[in-house]
Design a protein around this ligand. Structure first.
Ligand SMILES: Nc1ncnc2c1ncn2[C@@H]1O[C@H](COP(=O)(O)OP(=O)(O)OP(=O)(O)O)[C@@H](O)[C@H]1O
Length: 509
């Protein structure tokens, strides 16, 4: 059987691996339905041999579903997933296996494996695809070393000839056991856990448990390592160490890596190839540089919680432009107000007396006078569409109507708009620049305002899909949504921490 190292064109000096020329994994027209829900729709992509490939996308985009299909945890509704050992596309061999109804064919150092036809244990041990999970799944009561030995259960069982050969310590078994311990020791060293080899896995710190999971997967000697959010919960130092570990696995062992990750720092730094999903559909596919500047990716990420981690110069430019316009306007208004004040005559005696009378009335009448009902004129004014205080130069270029915005938030404190699902920190900045600070403002938007904002933020339709207005109505009344509760619990990173005392009413941060 060829090792990953021998198969890696990067290491063999054949130049950089190109995922379409030398794919280790090919996903073709993959569709996964759960009842009426299409979690993944007609998805195709290649994972390059010896590459680190990242699968990214907003929450619910379908990433884990793809992983579950590739690793045999789900049987896809439609589509073909091919794992290749050995060089080249092996197109003829793949067609032969597909037609024959077999699950795989192996020849010498090569082989093609139709993963959708194989059970998960066979995908792991025969197709040599290993995985880790979003939630750590170590054997907590076993030591770190034992976890790595259990991962090698298969070769040990084969060596014992599936009999009591292990207990009798037949030579083949002894040799296999020695190899298993050597491999486990090697990987413990690589993930810097040698000192903790005899500690129960559950006693290890979180970051160490994540590394141990990767070590355990590597003990199965995979050609493709699938990692589901390996950086989740890691601090910046641990994330950096993870990057180094993954690059080491790729460069020194030639293992191809398919990675789901929300941490864009990790994705952009180490990925050779990035595939972006949104609502189960591929929206971008290329190297990190290409994907980072793809407008479809920017639009998709504008709506999610971790968008701040994406470097999107286009947004910065937009925001700066709008803020600049707003500042110019404010300056002009201030100058006009000063000119008007200078021109104004001092108030007449009768006007002063009238004003004094009103004040006196208020004092005498107490709350009744202070809570004077709105006049017909003010009520009428409130019903009319109000011209926004924040003027956008090209407002007319967008469909619909610019919503009313105010230069300053009421009572000096804006709401935490990122408590609305679909508004991330970058969007919040753009909305603030537009004078939108409060849930109550978004709650008043009608279809025309939604159209305008959708076009201005460059993602038509998204606001309706995410139901910003509905969420804003609930939040404006001091209620909470399932998403805002997750933000309040700190499960979703946002631009600012929501203090506990403010989580109820309005959720000001
Ligand atoms: N077993 C299942 N049964 C029903 N629906 C499911 C199942 N697994 C996933 N889904 C749905 O499929 C969609 C995609 O989910 P998936 O977990 O693949 O997304 P994801 O991109 O991995 O999200 P996240 O980044 O939040 O982990 C979601 O709408 C989810 O609710």
């Amino acid at each position: 059987m060829a090792t990953a190292l021998q198969e890696n064109p990067r290491i063999a000096g054949h130049g950089p691996a190109r995922w379409d020329e030398s794919p280790i994994l090919t996903v073709e027209h993959l569709t996964m339905r759960f009842g009426g829900l299409v979690a993944v729709s007609d998805l195709s992509f290649n994972v390059g041999r010896g590459d680190i490939t990242a699968l990214i996308g907003p929450n619910g985009a379908g990433k884990t579903t793809v992983f579950n299909c590739v690793t045999g945890f789900y049987k896809p509704t439609e589509g073909r997933t091919v794992m290749r050992h050995g060089d080249g596309l092996q197109a003829a061999a793949i067609e032969d296996v597909t037609r024959s109804g077999l699950r795989f064919s192996e020849s010498g150092s090569g082989g093609v494996f139709l993963l959708e036809r194989m059970p998960d244990f066979e995908i792991a041990h025969r197709a040599r695809v290993a995985r880790t999970f979003q939630n750590i799944r170590l054997f907590g009561g076993m030591t770190a070393l034992e976890n790595l030995l259990v991962a090698q259960h298969n070769p040990l069982m084969s060596a014992s000839l599936f009999t009591i050969g292990g207990i009798l310590a037949v030579p083949g078994y002894k040799q296999a056991e020695k190899k298993a311990i050597e491999r486990a020791t090697y990987w413990l060293e690589q993930v810097r856990l040698t000192e903790r080899a005899d500690d129960p896995a559950a006693d290890l710190p979180y970051g160490a448990q994540r590394r141990l999971e990767i070590a355990r997967a590597m003990c199965t000697d995979p050609l493709l390592l699938c990692l589901d959010e390996p950086a989740a919960g890691l601090n910046p130092r641990e994330s950096h160490e993870l990057n180094e570990l993954l690059k080491f696995i790729r460069d020194e062992h030639g293992t191809s890596i398919l990675l789901i990750e929300h941490d864009m720092g990790v994705v952009m730094e180490i990925s050779d190839h990035v595939i972006v999903l949104d609502y189960g559909v591929k929206i971008s596919d290329g190297d990190a540089k290409h994907v980072k500047s793809d407008p479809r990716v920017i639009a998709a990420y504008l709506g999610v919680d971790d968008e701040a981690e994406i470097d999107v110069p286009e947004i910065k430019h937009d925001v700066e432009e709008v803020i600049e316009e707003a500042e110019e306007l404010a300056e002009a208004d201030k100058a006009a107000a000063q000119r008007k004040a200078a021109r104004a005559k001092p108030a007449s005696k009768s006007a002063r007396a009238k004003a004094a009378g009103r004040t006196g009335g208020a004092k005498a009448g107490g709350a009744k006078t202070l809570e004077k009902p709105a006049t017909t004129r003010t009520a009428k004014k409130a019903a009319e569409p109000v011209k926004s205080e924040v003027v956008v130069k090209n407002a007319a270029d967008y469909p619909g109507r610019q919503p009313h915005g105010t230069r300053k938030p009421a009572a000096g404190a804006p709401d935490n708009l990122t408590r609305i699902k679909g508004i991330g920190p970058a969007n919040e900045k753009k909305l603030n620049a537009l004078g939108i600070w409060h849930f109550s403002q978004i709650a008043t938007w009608k279809a025309r305002e939604v159209d305008w904002v959708g076009a201005w933020l460059s993602f038509p339709g998204r606001i309706e899909r995410e139901e910003w207005v509905k969420q804003a109505k609930t939040l404006a009344k001091g209620g909470a949504t399932a998403f805002s509760k997750r933000v309040d619990k700190g499960e979703v990173p946002t631009s600012k921490a929501t203090p506990k005392r403010n989580r109820g009413k309005g959720g000001k941060a």
